[in-house]
Design a protein around this ligand. Structure first.
Ligand SMILES: [Zn+2]
Length: 302
C-alpha cells in the first residue's frame, strides 16, 4: 500500500524542484510539438509516453449513459481521449506496452532515442488494431528481437481470425502466452512487471502492473475510453466492449482496488499525459486527476 500523503508530498516536491529548475536556468519549457513524448520516473523505472495523438469523441459510442449522466459529466456531449503507447525501461530491459495504431510509434521511439530493434518485449493489453498497429509496417516486422506477451484467452480467441494468424505467424518464435493473475495476486512476467486479468473489453484484455522501489503504476489498456463519464459513472460501457457486463464488473473492481491503494494508472486512451490517479467519491464513482506533465522530462530536441 502506498501512503497517500507521502505520494502527494513527493509530487509537490517534484513540482517545486521543476519550478526551481525553470527559474535557475531561465529556460521555460513550452509544450512543444513533440509533447507526445515525455518521460516519468516510477521508482527506479522510467515510463515514457509515446502518444500517437489526441482526439475528441462523442456520445454515440457510449452504452448505458443516461441523459442525466451526460448532462452532469459531459454537458457539451464530447470528451477528450488519445491513442497512447508506453515505453517502460526497467532492469536493463526496454518494454513497450502495446504497439499503437502504427502511425507514430516508431517515430516517437526514435525521437526518444531508441530504435525498434532495441525493444526487448511488447506487452499487449489486447488485440484490437489500435494496440498492435506498429508490429508490421509495409509488410516488414518492426521489432526483430521483441518477445510479444499476450494473455492466453486473448490469443486463443483471436487466432480464429485468418488475418490475425497471418500477422502473428510473422512473429511465430517470439510469442509468449500466459494466464494473468488477479489484482491482489498478479502474475509476474519479468521482474517488476506483472499481468492482471481485466477481461470484458475483449475476452483476454490484460493490465500490466509496474512495481519498482515501492512505486506502482498500472497500465490498464482499454479499461476506459471516456474518462470524463466513466469515472463518475463506471457503469457506462462502450459499443466496442465485447462483453459489456463483464467490462463494467472488471472496471468497478479495479477502480475500487486502485483508489484504495492509491496506485497510479496509465491508459491507452487517456488524454495527455495519459497518467494519473484516482480517488473515490463519497457518493458514487471516482475522480481522476491527470499528472500535469510537469513531473516529466522531454527528450532533447535535436
Ligand atoms: Zn484501444
Amino acid at each position: 500500500m502506498q501512503d497517500k500523503s507521502t505520494y502527494v508530498e513527493v509530487l509537490i516536491m517534484k513540482r517545486i524542484s521543476v519550478i526551481l529548475l525553470i527559474f535557475s536556468t531561465v529556460i521555460i519549457p513550452t509544450v512543444m510539438a513533440q509533447d507526445n513524448v515525455i518521460t516519468f520516473e516510477v521508482g527506479l523505472a522510467k515510463v515514457t509516453l509515446l502518444s500517437e495523438g489526441q482526439r475528441t469523441s462523442g456520445t454515440n459510442v457510449l452504452v448505458g449513459a443516461t441523459e442525466e449522466m451526460i448532462k452532469q459529466a459531459i454537458p457539451n456531449g464530447t470528451y477528450p481521449g488519445a491513442t497512447n503507447v508506453f515505453l517502460v525501461e526497467i532492469a536493463g530491459k526496454a518494454v513497450l506496452i502495446d504497439a499503437g495504431l502504427g502511425k507514430k510509434t516508431i517515430e516517437n521511439l526514435e525521437f526518444y532515442g531508441k530504435k525498434a530493434a532495441e525493444i526487448d518485449a511488447i506487452f499487449i493489453t489486447h488485440l484490437h488494431g489500435d494496440h498492435i498497429g506498429s508490429l508490421i509496417l509495409n509488410d516488414v516486422k518492426s521489432y526483430p528481437k521483441a518477445m510479444l506477451y499476450i494473455s492466453k484467452p486473448e490469443y486463443d480467441s483471436y487466432m480464429e481470425n485468418a488475418n490475425m494468424r497471418k500477422l502473428f505467424d510473422t512473429y511465430k518464435d517470439q510469442i509468449y502466452t500466459f494466464m494473468p493473475g488477479e489484482i491482489d495476486n498478479a502474475k509476474e512476467l519479468i521482474p517488476g512487471l506483472k499481468a492482471i486479468a481485466a477481461y470484458g473489453h475483449t475476452p483476454g484484455h490484460t493490465g500490466f502492473l509496474l512495481e519498482s522501489d515501492d512505486s506502482k503504476l498500472l497500465f490498464w489498456g482499454d479499461l476506459t475510453h471516456a474518462m470524463a463519464i466513466q469515472m463518475p459513472f463506471p457503469e457506462v460501457a462502450m459499443t466496442y466492449d465485447s462483453d459489456k457486463a463483464k467490462a463494467i464488473e472488471t472496471r468497478q473492481k479495479l477502480l475500487n482496488y486502485l483508489s484504495d491503494d492509491y496506485i497510479r494508472i496509465a491508459g491507452a486512451h487517456i488524454q495527455y499525459p495519459g497518467i494519473g490517479y484516482l480517488s473515490k467519491r463519497v457518493d458514487n464513482g471516482y475522480d481522476f486527476t491527470l499528472l500535469c506533465g510537469c513531473e516529466g522530462v522531454y527528450p532533447d530536441v535535436k
